[in-house]
Design a protein around this ligand. Structure first.
Ligand code: ADP
Ligand code: MG
Length: 300
């Protein structure tokens, strides 16, 4: 939001706009003119597209704002417009003002940030991040949205004490269409963050986001280290044999009651919160409201 307003100001003071043309920002402050964007470097790549660091420089004097620009692989272009519409509808302190053009957060995602900050990040800080994620998710749920891709890679670090939920690529409103995202089988796919009902029936409930939050909490407590990541640990657990399908095996293992292990140095009380997110049936899972209460108690 802040950055959008700043840039609107810049455009209004800009006398170089062609005469007789209404600056596009006056019509819609969430639309930027791409000709004023200059790429600086790549920031990250996800399942559906990539994010680049750019300067939005309508005056052309090299002093424009730094912004993160998201573009999608051609096959997922339709998704981007949905994501922009979602972002216009949602606004919350712990949800990044993320659209085609986002505020640039130099620290990147928790996954980019945490492995390098292990020694500066104590349990209390990790639980604060967890609490903020739950607050953002509780807001999302109150607006009747399901995120469907909650994971450390999609939580952005604003500063060392504030994180925001980003990547609304898969977010769906429960009001609209009933079509579900079909899961692709690839090691880097979000299947290891998915609840059984998502894997079995491709159904996503608000409680499915709670399951993914549990996996995200596990990532926080392992400082997002690749060696103990959900993908690494689940793949070891699955013991796949030639030709076996990942999702089929994953469902078997989860139905047998197996779960990600308690991370090293993780207190029992925190691991038991993860376990309450990983109840097999959605109706038995803890909700974000109660997670907020429990985390606040732990932080007291
Ligand atoms: P995808 O839908 O392709 O997964 P994401 O929105 O998750 O896209 O972004 C992919 C990666 O780009 C993130 O994991 C993060 O490393 C980086 N990134 C995304 N948004 C920003 C931002 N606003 N500022 C800095 N880095 C970002
Ligand atoms: Mg992502």
């Amino acid at each position: 939001r802040a950055i959008v307003r700043d840039l609107t100001g810049v455009a209004e003071q800009n006398p170089a706009l062609p005469p007789g043309r209404v600056p596009i920002q006056e019509v819609d402050p969430t639309v930027f003119e791409t000709r004023f964007l200059r790429k600086i470097k790549d920031l990250g790549e996800g399942h559906f597209g990539k994010v680049e660091l750019c300067q939005y420089d309508p005056r052309g004097d090299g002093r424009g704002q730094l912004v993160a620009v998201k573009s999608l692989k051609p096959e997922s272009r339709g998704q981007l417009w949905k994501e922009i519409d979602t972002m216009r509808e949602l606004y919350h302190h712990n949800i990044s003002s993320h659209s085609l053009i986002m505020e640039y957060l130099p620290a990147g995602s928790l996954k980019d940030y945490l492995p390098w900050r292990k020694h500066q990040t104590d349990l209390k800080r990790l639980l604060h991040y967890a609490l903020q994620i739950c607050q953002g998710m509780d807001y999302l749920g109150s607006q009747r949205f399901i995120h469907r891709d909650l994971a450390a890679r999609n939580v952005l670090v604003e500063n060392e004490s504030t994180v925001k939920i980003g990547d609304f690529g898969l977010t769906k409103s429960m009001k609209e269409d009933k079509s579900y995202y079909t899961v692709e089988e690839e090691t880097d796919s979000p299947v290891f963050w998915y609840a059984p009902e998502c894997l079995v029936d491709c159904k996503f409930y608000p409680a499915s986001d709670v399951w993914s939050f549990g996996v995200t909490l596990y990532e926080l407590l392992t400082y997002c280290e690749t060696s103990s990541s959900p993908t690494t640990v689940f793949l070891e657990m699955l013991r796949l044999t030639q030709g076996q399908m990942i999702i089929t095996r994953l469902v078997e293992v989860l139905m047998a009651g197996r779960r990600l292990p308690c991370p090293p140095h993780c207190p029992d009380a925190v691991y038991s919160l993860m376990r309450r997110c990983w109840e097999s049936s959605p109706e038995n899972r803890i909700q974000f409201k109660d997670l907020i209460t429990e985390l606040e108690l732990l932080l007291d």
